[in-house]
Write a protein that binds this ligand. Sequence first.
Ligand code: 5AD
Ligand code: SF4
Length: 441
Amino acid sequence: MSSPKKLFIKTYGCQMNVYDSERMAEALGPAGYTEVSSPDEADMILLNTCHIREKAAEKVYSELGRFKGLKAAKPDLKIGVAGCVAQAEGREIMERQPMVDMVVGPQSYHRLPEMEAKAGRGTRVVDTDMPEEDKFEKLKGRPRAKRGPTAFLTVQEGCDKFCAFCVVPYTRGTEVSRPVDRVLSEARDLVSRGVREITLLGQNVNAYHGQGPGGRDWGLARLIRTLAEIDGLERIRFTTSHPNDMEDDLIAAHGDCEKLMPYLHLPVQSGSDRILKRMNRSHTRDSYMRLIDRIREARPDLALSGDFIVGFPEETDEDFRDTMDLVEQVNYASCFSFKYSSRPGTPAADRKGQVDPAVSSDRLIELQALLNRQQQAFMQNMVGREVGVLFEKAGRHPGQMVGKSDHLHAVHVEAEGLQPGDLRRVKITSAGANSLAGTLL
Ligand code: 5AD
Ligand code: SF4
């Protein structure tokens, strides 16, 4: 038998890419590849790229430039570009970068072994099809190796919302949900290999409508409640959600499904109705606020997180004040905020009224300062409280373990004998800038 080949994958962007990278590594297993942590020794390098904000393609080209020496020293080295930049700019990448052997879009990962074989015969391959078939169905069952206590599981891909700033509907395609039995069997398999917490992933995960037994349509809440019946699976999370798909049964699940953790990422993007309309968000500030009230009624201690964009075309100071005001009213546990970046091919890209970048920068600084204060206050508020912590790995000094709280805070605990995968009650004793410390109960 030939010696195992080495695969190095560099992942950019969201958790969906992290999950896809795992699946790509698994897909290439039967072709003789095992994953390594450095490009220097690799026989294949894959860049799993993100296209959500600007300079994505430039980052890819400069990263590729760094591999030039490796390719010169090892002509057999195969280099592939995967993910959303591959989908958006596949042919251009091939033209601009002759050392790239394979370009593979997010819906074609199951074809990687064939592409690798072709590349081995000296053929450069681009595959950015968006076939009807579910790529995960084509990827064989996951290998049986033991896993850490947490895992991602993609249940839904793509987006039909077409927010005016966003490339996702173009790079990931329309909304597609995986069938219920596939998701359940993958979850059971993960749990049998040591996983205790699963985060269900989708670009619009709460728009999940998978085919259940008897061809019936299952929503996300039903899927979560059924996953919660799996012995050994202790925690369930999901991300990312759109406000318009927060259906009643999903809100209710936050109140009565114990394994569903009290954390929700629910982006609103702006607090101004004028801008929300121009963004094509199809919800208003008021409908978002009413939704938050209902979710908090179901689960009062929920940690809420969101995404914001400042400097969207035509955003005035007054619109920005509305965003600041919404943030004050909602009070977030954590948040991601970005300067608007114009993405080619999206409806907002060529609009009049692009905001001066210096103004956007000032707005971002002001917004982030407020969000940061709220995050710190939320963490301070945890001091003295008892929370569940799922331990994941050893801390920096001996005897210290780090895990995640129910509310997704990193928690450090000094205690002998704790193992990754232990789920324990912890009393929080102090809050730092990015993590909490506590003692076992
Ligand atoms: N410019 C800035 N931020 C963007 N996002 C998506 N597209 C853009 C863009 N063109 C942000 C949104 C989204 C998050 C994943 O990235 O806030 O929710
Ligand atoms: Fe992009 Fe909007 Fe879809 Fe989210 S909901 S992926 S921001 S188009």
